[in-house]
Design a protein around this ligand. Sequence first.
Ligand SMILES: C[S@@+](CC[C@H](N)C(=O)[O-])C[C@H]1O[C@@H](n2cnc3c(N)ncnc32)[C@H](O)[C@@H]1O
Length: 210
Amino acid sequence: MDRGALLSFEEIDRVARSFVRHGVRKLRLTGGEPLLRKVIEGLIAKLALTPDVEDLTLTTNGALLARKAADLAEAGLCRVTVSLDSMDDTVFMAMNDVGFGVRGVLDGVAAAAEAGLTPIKINMVVKRGVNDGSIIAMARHFKGSGHTLRFIEYMDVGTTNGWRLDDVVPGRDIVEMLDREFGIEPVDPSYRGEVAQRWCYRDGIGLVGV
Ligand SMILES: C[S@@+](CC[C@H](N)C(=O)[O-])C[C@H]1O[C@@H](n2cnc3c(N)ncnc32)[C@H](O)[C@@H]1O
């Protein structure tokens, strides 16, 4: 987009404050890729000063996270959600048209944990025939890591991703797969209207969201 068409930090801050005045308590920066925005720490520092905000978070593809995690935390970010659709580079790149591999994302997650941007959530969008074969490896990797893996329904995002219903893997299939491999059971929502249904491993080590 043309620079002039983007909201300035002052405008974003003003919109955020309006929402907070009407009762919003959680702010999430997303995109696009929020870490590509120059000096995003400046925006975070502004938003962190908003009275009554209880949670200030950001969703990222993780490419720049290793470099930026400490500065984000220092600016006042509470935590991050990181998108990662496979542990396998070929599958990961087939899902995402990005020019980086899984290693960099994992380094970003480690840097975020080190900087205290926790609890960290990992978002895995599941697309049939592309990365559904990565579900178990992803679950195994993050089980016991302290980070919560969440399986996201592949959604139609307009004309850009050629969405078909056949591409969607139903949540119950994912739950069945995890139950067969590890044994999982449902957990009550942690707040009213929670976005994901939560499941815990029967051995007590870790949680996933669907
Ligand atoms: C659109 S991205 C934007 C932030 C950042 N660039 C990233 O990759 O995390 C935010 C989240 O949207 C989700 N997402 C992306 N494409 C999706 C799709 N087609 N269906 C469902 N969720 C999707 C992913 O879970 C991702 O974590």
